[in-house]
Design a protein around this ligand. Structure first.
Ligand SMILES: [Zn+2]
Length: 291
């Protein structure tokens, strides 16, 4: 699942490719991926707008359009954004109704939305069709995007300081793992980076947040920032679906200590990494190093 470092990587790769491009056309291949507004209004609202910037907020990728409109992608589990050059990779066919019958439809079996730019295509591909795309005006706050308006500060921003983090978690009775996944506490952090941060701070994911000592909270605070930065430096983690915009994998999977390593020896102590369900999410940890 794309988390903060993966979406940040996609953002950085998209910026030089699509900024200043005008949107010429839009084709929705699966209507239910349009979260807001209606599919008809969505396409009408996009066409002829110019892309002014590409930004990220938590796990959301945001394309800022002329007139202040925002095209928001929530990739969820397996959403991908692919950029294709018009001449080289994809003929105009893909915007025609016969798209599904072309040789390209196989390559883009999971294409749900195709946006035609001046000389490129921006394709939203999503095998599970759980990802969503929204188009909102600057002053709009639709209910379907409630989670988006309830995010914590960005964990890598200066505002996200130790006091802010400590106050967010210290009175929580839930297990620390579940607390870290709460987007109003740690925006952009998901299963991968929460497991890794807990390992590096030596904290067992089943600990109740309100039992953490101040030194432990501080270690965890530093570890979160650290794994996120490292994740970005390594272009994200590819263990299942995540791919960069050019189809390449990230590198951070080579640095994982617990995530996706159940049954393997701990890199620190050699004990077997175990996996446990916490709040419906598989959580990995070392029973020796994490207390
Ligand atoms: Zn260990």
């Amino acid at each position: 699942m794309p988390e903060l470092p993966e979406v940040e990587t996609i953002k950085r790769e998209l910026q030089p490719l699509i900024i200043n491009q005008r949107i010429k056309d839009c084709k929705i291949l699966r209507k239910d991926i349009i979260g807001y507004p209606s599919p008809e209004r969505f396409c009408r609202g996009l066409i002829n707008e110019t892309i002014q910037d590409v930004i990220r907020r938590a796990k959301y990728l945001i394309i800022v359009l002329s007139n202040g409109k925002r095209l928001i992608f929530h990739l969820r589990l397996s959403g991908r954004i692919i950029v294709m050059d018009e001449e080289k990779d994809l003929p105009l066919k893909c915007l025609e109704s016969e798209f599904k019958k072309t040789q390209f439809s196989e390559k883009f079996e999971f294409a749900r939305l195709i946006i035609k730019l001046e000389n490129k295509y921006l394709i939203f591909s999503e095998p599970r069709a759980l990802g969503r795309v929204y188009l909102i005006k600057e002053d709009e706050k639709p209910d379907v995007l409630k989670g988006f308006y309830n995010l914590s500060y960005e964990p890598l921003s200066p505002e996200y300081d130790f006091n802010y983090f400590k106050n967010k978690i210290r009175n929580r009775k839930a297990m620390i793992k579940s607390v870290l996944l709460d987007q109003s506490i740690c925006a952009g952090v998901g299963n991968i980076y929460s497991d890794e941060a807990l390992f590096h701070s030596g904290i067992r994911p089943t600990r109740r947040a309100n039992t953490l000592k101040i030194e432990e909270i501080f270690k965890l605070f530093l570890a979160i920032k650290d794994v996120l930065r490292k994740g970005i430096d390594e272009f994200g983690t590819t263990v299942s679906d995540y791919k960069r915009t050019d189809g390449k994998s990230g590198n951070f999977q080579n640095f994982l200590c617990v995530y996706d390593r159940e049954g393997k020896p701990c890199k620190k102590c050699g004990k077997e990494i175990i996996v446990k369900k916490i709040g419906n999410r598989s959580t990995r940890y070392c029973p020796e190093c994490q207390k």
